[in-house]
Design a protein around this ligand. Structure first.
Ligand code: PLP
Length: 393
């Protein structure tokens, strides 16, 4: 595709491989394997894959490849590899490049499973990990050492919505030759081109905004061709975290509407955050788009939009939060985000229940905190639902 096409065009057209039938909608190649005309052809294909050649769905598949090429084009990276879930992608990005004795610096405010990989799995295999407060540049500066191999962070953390100064951290990391790995789920490919800010590897849970309709688990890793093909692919294809062709088709269709959905959801999130900012039943409304957000300035510099998620700290702790959740009529209680349906989550008792009270407090996850993923409903209906539920607290 020509290089000057804009994101919305790329989201609809990039990566398409049409079969001999010339179908309009991307075909689902629901096949595990591929037939070779001759033994010589099989031998040649295992020796070196051509662009339109495939061996086995764990190694690659035409529908999956369409999704990978579309996401790489939108992300602005040379290549992309799809994974079975966001966590398969995070795990592969880290495990494929690290070995015993390596040093990693990570922001502490992470999604529960990301924290598990960095804190429990990496260290079990002899990787040394230093955690920092991601919003404190001095802590990054102190923690990054000449032998640091990688730094890891979420671009807007889940669920405290902290925003790391990626450009500054990437600068520090690159001074020592460390690889910058960013989980960009919350910022989405629409709002932050993480590679332009210095990320080397960008990871997605495509379960979130890219599917956007709560249907399928998926993940993806974007980076240079060198990283994706030489470092990541051997790990992922041999350990089995491949995305299924059917899922890739869902993600391709999701990408067609990604820009429209994310912008509409963000606009609604901003509207709700502003409307609820001074609500007496809330001790805090956390949204990077509010001037009161501690990293509002960094968010403005690094994001073209502030995201579809806000967090509400309900005064009165867990009981008050539960009463609020139970009184919601439109907003559903669940734990996905980026969905067309608005979803409220109580992180302390669900996504982050594994942590101790102290660890949660450290991450800004109080007992009253509710994460609200804003969907595609009419914002007026959502505000009425939230206001009525707050009145029930
Ligand atoms: C959901 C999420 C993940 C994990 O993705 P799955 O698709 O559920 O495996 C990783 N990172 C962040 C920031 C997430 O929100």
């Amino acid at each position: 595709m020509s290089n000057d096409r804009k994101t919305r065009t790329r989201l609809v057209h990039d990566g398409i491989r049409r079969s001999q039938y010339g179908e309009v909608s991307e075909a689902i190649f629901l096949t595990q394997g591929f037939v070779y005309d001759t033994a010589e052809q099989a031998e040649a294909r295992f020796d070196k894959l051509g662009e339109d050649e495939f061996i086995y769905a764990r190694y690659g598949n035409p529908t999956v490849r369409m999704f990978e090429e579309r996401l790489a084009a939108v992300e602005g990276t040379e290549d992309c590899f799809a994974a079975a879930s966001g966590m398969a992608a995070v795990n592969a990005a880290l495990m494929s490049m690290l070995k015993a004795g390596d040093h990693v610096v990570s922001a502490r405010a992470l999604f529960g499973s990301c924290l598990y990989i960095v804190e429990e799995i990496l260290t079990r295999f002899g990787v040394e990990v230093t955690f920092v407060d991601g919003t404190d540049l001095d802590q990054w500066r102190e923690a990054i050492r000449p032998d640091t191999k990688a730094v890891f962070m979420e671009m807007v953390s889940n669920p405290a919505l902290e925003v790391v100064d990626l450009k500054a951290v990437a600068g520090l990391a690159h001074e020592v030759g460390a690889t910058v790995i960013v989980d960009n789920v919350f910022a989405t490919p629409i709002y932050t081109r993480a590679v332009e800010l210095g990320a080397d590897v960008v990871v997605y849970s495509t379960t979130k905004h890219i599917d956007g309709q709560g249907r399928a688990l998926g993940g993806a890793i974007c980076g240079t061709r060198e990283f994706i093909r030489k470092t990541l692919e051997p790990y992922l294809k041999h350990t089995g975290g491949a995305m299924s062709p059917f899922t890739a088709w869902i993600m391709l269709k999701g990408m067609e509407t990604l820009d429209l959905r994310v912008r509409a959801q963000t606009q609604a999130a901003q509207q709700l955050a502003e409307a609820l900012a001074d609500h007496p039943k809330l001790s805090r409304v956390i949204f990077p788009g509010l001037p009161s957000h501690a990293q509002h300035k960094v968010a403005r510099e690094q994001m073209n939009g502030f995201g579809t998620v806000l967090s509400l700290d309900i005064a009165g702790g867990r009981d008050a939060a539960f009463r609020f959740l139970n009184a919601l009529e439109i907003v559903t209680i669940s734990n996905n985000l980026g969905d067309a349906k608005s979803i409220a989550t109580h992180p302390a008792t669900t996504t982050h229940s594994r942590l101790s009270d102290e660890q949660r407090a450290h991450l800004g996850i109080g007992p009253g905190l509710v994460r609200l993923s804003v969907g595609l409903e009419d914002p007026e209906d959502l505000l009425a639902d939230l206001t009525a539920a707050l009145a029930a607290v």
